[in-house]
Design a protein around this ligand. Structure first.
Ligand SMILES: [Zn+2]
Ligand SMILES: [Zn+2]
Length: 230
């Protein structure tokens, strides 16, 4: 039984930021709020966040990834979307975050043709509890829009860590996810260029650990793409 129409009647869809009514529940924000969000147009060094002029590292050249952050978490509209991902509005919020990420990826100086998208996995326990992986929801939409393959089984979580959002300092976040990822079948990523997807990045600890596992398995280039940078 599809409860969608009934839920829309009981809880009419509204913009998660300004509460304006929406014609349907397929988007998280109204057009005005969505268009007002500023998207980045550069890639950044993953270590020091310096803006890069192109798609190559110029400072911390040994760092395992380049950061691609589409928007900023300090924008209240972006925050509303990221929070919406956690509850009933997950699909609408993911659709809008995917659109912003797609807008960003089309604007950066990067040839996307050689890349595959890998969403950051949740532990089995967390995914079962939540019912979905928010990074995968975003990745699937962006992959579809840009014609980039999405691989969901190459990277796995080996540790059920505490949510990073519950930890405040950089060191605790790094310790929490140390060694948390594995690549069971290395040839799935060997010599591949990878767009590693997550909804939000804060300290970069999750991206770092996942990138180290992918590099050990032979991945070539890694661009860590977050819909929002906190
Ligand atoms: Zn709005
Ligand atoms: Zn740097």
């Amino acid at each position: 039984m599809n409860l969608g129409p009934l839920l829309n009647l009981l809880f009419p869809p509204h913009c998660l930021a300004c509460r304006a009514p929406l014609p349907n529940a397929s988007q998280g924000l109204c057009a005005l709020c969505k268009d007002a969000i500023l998207c980045e147009t550069n890639l950044r060094c993953g270590r020091c966040f310096a803006r890069l002029p192109g798609d190559a590292k110029i400072c911390h050249t040994n760092f395992p990834y380049i950061l691609g952050a589409a928007t900023h978490y300090h924008d209240a509209r972006v925050r509303a979307l990221v929070q919406g991902l956690k509850f009933r509005h997950a699909h609408a919020a993911a659709a809008t975050l995917a659109e912003l990420t797609e807008r960003y990826l089309r604007s950066v100086p990067l040839s996307l043709a050689s890349f595959a998208i890998l969403p950051i996995p949740l532990s089995h326990k967390r995914e079962r509890k939540r019912g979905y992986n928010q990074s995968q929801l975003i990745a699937a939409r962006v992959g579809n829009a840009l014609g980039i393959p999405v691989i969901t089984d190459a990277l796995v979580r080996t540790i059920h860590a505490q949510p990073q959002s519950e930890l405040s300092d950089w060191r605790a976040r790094h310790m929490n996810v140390a060694g948390a990822f594995a690549v069971p079948v290395p040839h799935q990523v060997a010599r591949k260029d990878i767009l590693l997807f997550d909804d939000v990045t804060t300290s970069g600890a999750t991206f770092f650990e996942a990138s180290v596992a992918l590099k050990c398995a032979g991945a070539r280039r890694i661009i860590a793409v977050a819909a929002a940078k906190a």
